[in-house]
Design a protein around this ligand. Structure first.
Ligand code: GLY
Length: 374
């Protein structure tokens, strides 16, 4: 890293921490919405409660702030969220989702790993058990969304699920029960074979026949059309496949991550921040998705470590520097994200996950020996 890069990234960390401090004063143990509304986060409707798939990014950011500063205020605030996630599992609030991995890795696995917090450990295991209950045989996939009997959702998984399997690897490590890791590995292998297309692009979602286990078809929800390449999905592919390689040592997952990364990097505009679907590029009036960029930075840095490639490290640094220079805000860490363009939700707004992965990218580059929660 050059002296200028070190200086710019240190300034970016300081600016990000100022925003985290302001959020701590405003939200504390409640939760902001998935995205900003006209540039500002508000309490998650209706009352800042713990529902939806993104709430753990708030304590996740507090843990990163603690890693960046060593300030105990952040640790205490992050630990304060365990009770809410435990209550959510106990009361069965909004659990019909594979996103239990995102939710319980950051909120509960992290405090369990750091201090052996028993409530956090028990809660994360309960979440892993809910994920096991979503496995559909004979396909061996974890159904992404909805009740398992919902005909529209039955047999469907999505690329984002690659970031939910780390909860299962943790559960096997912690209990010594190999079932969790074995489910995660089979699920990832199905995505490698079907959600990743031969040209290195990815489908957002894919269906398997729930009775025979045969692969059926890809479809999008948040991309431009079924055959296009949704930018955030491709970024989840980079980071998700490489993390699954880390947990299994399966080289085919590393190859899958490289194929996702190579396509992603070849389809970036000049300023290196992806449009929300990779079929758009310079000259398009469509919006960027800064959150796809932030996720890709984390994935590329991890990939660079795994394959010893300066090329991926440089590409990650270029994207991050472009985010710092042109996409940072005063209420959201990152401006110009897109949640779901086809449905008109959270378009050109800050996103809670974009903010988390941007701060994770800064942490990876500024805290030597930082250990990933994923
Ligand atoms: N995991 C949902 C999304 O990326 O929008």
């Amino acid at each position: 890293m050059t002296a200028t890069e070190v200086h710019l990234r240190a300034a970016a960390v300081a600016a990000a921490l100022r925003i985290v401090d302001a959020h701590l004063a405003e939200f504390d143990d409640r939760y902001p919405g998935d995205t900003t509304e006209q540039g500002r986060y508000r309490l998650r409707p209706p009352d800042g409660g713990n529902r939806g798939w993104t709430t753990s990014f708030w304590p996740g950011m507090l843990w990163l702030a603690h890693d960046l500063t060593g300030d105990d205020r952040y640790r205490q605030a992050a630990e304060g969220h365990v009770a809410s996630f435990a209550d959510r599992i106990r009361r069965g609030v909004d659990l019909d989702t594979h996103d239990l991995g995102f939710l319980y890795t950051l909120s509960c696995v992290v405090p369990y790993r750091r201090s052996g917090d028993h409530e956090a450990g028990r809660t994360a295991l309960a979440a892993a058990d809910h994920l096991l209950a979503r496995v559909l045989e004979p396909a061996g996939i974890i159904q992404a969304w909805g009740d398992l009997s919902d005909p529209r959702q039955r047999g469907r998984t999505i690329i984002d699920s690659l970031m939910n399997t780390p909860l299962l690897f943790w559960a096997s490590e912690t209990t010594g029960d190999p079932r969790y890791a074995s489910v995660a590995r089979r699920h990832t292998a199905q995505l490698r074979d079907h959600i990743l297309r031969p040209d290195g692009t990815t489908f957002h979602t894919f269906y398997w026949d729930p009775d025979t286990g045969s692969p059926l078809r890809g479809e999008t929800e948040q991309g431009n059309h079924d055959d296009s390449c949704w930018a955030r999905g491709q970024a989840w592919g980079v980071y998700g496949f490489v993390r699954n390689f880390r947990h299994t040592g399966d080289e085919s997952f590393l190859t899958a991550a490289r194929r996702c990364a190579d396509y992603f990097l070849r389809h970036l505009p000049q300023d290196r921040v992806a449009y929300w679907d990779l079929e758009f590029t310079d000259g398009s009036a469509e919006e960027r998705d800064s959150s796809a960029a932030a996720i890709a930075v984390c994935g590329l840095l991890e990939l660079a470590d795994q394959v010893g490639s300066e090329q991926y490290r440089t590409a990650a640094g270029d994207i991050l520097d472009s985010l710092i220079a042109g996409y940072t805000g005063e209420h959201a860490l990152l401006l110009h994200g897109v949640y779901d363009k086809p449905k008109g939700v959270g378009v050109d707004e800050g996103t809670l996950w974009g903010d988390y992965f941007y701060l994770e990218a800064l942490t990876r580059l500024t805290v030597p020996g930082w250990i990933s929660p994923w």
